[in-house]
Ligand binder design. Structure first.
Ligand code: HEC
Ligand code: HEC
Length: 331
């Protein structure tokens, strides 16, 4: 239950891969290509590359792990609980002492691609390099450019707190031999991941959600969801789904609630969340996680309800989908 957040990782990977692909096919900036022999420093300062990196880091959700509640963006400080102990999340701002300010783009690429840290240490796979290995080099360069552009924060990471033998990074050798294969994503037109590409295409433009006819008994699901919503959610998000401006997000017409898969909303309900403290978002209000409290059926019901209530017209989410988000192993 503790490492629920990780269930999301394979999806994040697909999202990054497709975000990269989307960017290639939908933007005209030529500078986003890193050509052999090109001046790396110039590429890293290129606003178009930085913009692309920002986009990829956002859809890749790097910030949700690498920012602690109320903390500066990407300065780390959170601790991720795993069955083996606690793994602190590092500072990835450009601070030379505590962040990745002294890293080269090759160091960064190696970390993402092979799970090896700056000093050659093996990284724990909770930093999902098993997925990020599929990121293309060009996309990694863009994310690095973006991360080097955020304000440096001199915040030391917390110490590792793992049980023996997991506390030894060398214990990862066997695991890596078994489970980890570096590789770069190669687009395959027959890939059945087109749905995610479609999702990404819908991101920047935010078109109206399509009406999906209910495929099963979603009427009873919706009425069950309405009850859960009234008891658990309406205090903050209000009966009309409008939330409280600047405090609790509106769910009515919210593109992350009505995105085609329903994963975002299910994940928000299971894991809760907090709005990271940033300039544009100076509010430490949080949403409790419901993973312990609500059954898969209740989560499916309430998510279906918020996807179909008010002006929202998105497809229902089924119990087995929620069960999958809850129980799918990381790899
Ligand atoms: C599920 C949480 C999670 C997500 C999402 C995540 N990271 Fe991390 N990341 C970690 C953890 C935990 C570590 C430390 C691993 C270790 O100590 O072995 C880490 C380590 C790193 C490192 C190595 C830093 C160092 O000092 O050694 C880099 C670079 C990094 N992450 C970049 C990223 C980028 C870029 C993204 C988004 C594409 C991302 N991370 C998404 C949890 C995450
Ligand atoms: C204590 C107040 C509170 C309660 C109760 C609450 N939420 Fe939230 N909710 C929030 C806050 C604050 C956020 C923003 C969190 C963030 O940005 O990560 C949020 C975010 C969300 C999001 C993500 C919206 C987005 O834009 O990504 C969804 C979906 C959501 N809540 C649904 C629910 C549902 C369904 C329930 C009931 C099961 C619920 N919430 C209960 C406060 C609450």
């Amino acid at each position: 239950m503790k490492n629920l957040r990780l269930l999301w990782i394979p999806v994040v990977l697909l999202v990054i891969v497709f975000a990269g692909w989307w960017w290639h096919t939908h933007t005209t900036e030529e500078s986003s290509a890193l050509v052999e022999g090109q001046d790396v420093n110039a590429v890293l300062k290129d606003p178009a590359v930085i913009a692309k990196g920002r986009y990829l880091a956002t859809v890749g959700d790097c910030m949700s792990c690498h920012t602690e509640q109320g903390g500066a963006p990407y300065a780390g400080g959170r601790v991720i609980a795993t069955p083996f102990g606690n793994i602190p999340v590092p500072n990835i701002t450009p601070d030379p002492e505590h962040g990745i300010g002294r890293w080269s783009v090759d160091d960064f690429w190696r970390a993402l691609h092979t799970g090896i840290g700056h000093d050659g240490e093996k990284l724990y796979p909770v930093f999902s390099y098993t997925s990020f290995t599929k990121t293309t080099r060009e996309d990694a360069v863009a994310m690095f450019a973006y991360l080097q552009s955020v304000p440096p924060v001199a915040q030391a990471p917390k110490p590792l707190d793992l049980k023996f033998p997991y506390s030894m990074r060398s214990s990862l050798t066997a695991w890596r031999a078994l489970y980890f294969k570096p590789g770069v994503y190669k687009p395959d037109p027959n890939d059945d991941l087109r749905a995610i590409a479609t999702y990404l295409q819908s991101l920047p433009a935010r078109p109206k959600p399509t009406v999906v006819p209910p495929s099963f008994d979603s009427a009873s699901l919706v009425s069950r969801g309405r009850d859960v919503y009234a008891k658990q959610c309406a205090d903050c998000h209000r009966d009309n789904g409008a939330g409280v401006p600047g405090v609790y997000p509106t769910l009515d017409g919210n593109s992350s609630v009505v995105e085609p898969t329903g994963i975002n909303a299910a994940r928000a309900v299971l894991l809760g969340g907090f709005a990271p403290l940033t300039q544009g978002n100076p509010r430490p209000y949080s949403m409790p996680p419901y993973a312990q409290q609500l059954s898969d059926a209740d989560v499916a019901a309430v998510v279906t309800y918020i996807r179909q209530a008010w002006s929202n017209r998105a497809s229902a989410v089924e119990e087995r989908d929620v069960a999958a988000y809850r129980h799918t192993p990381v790899d």
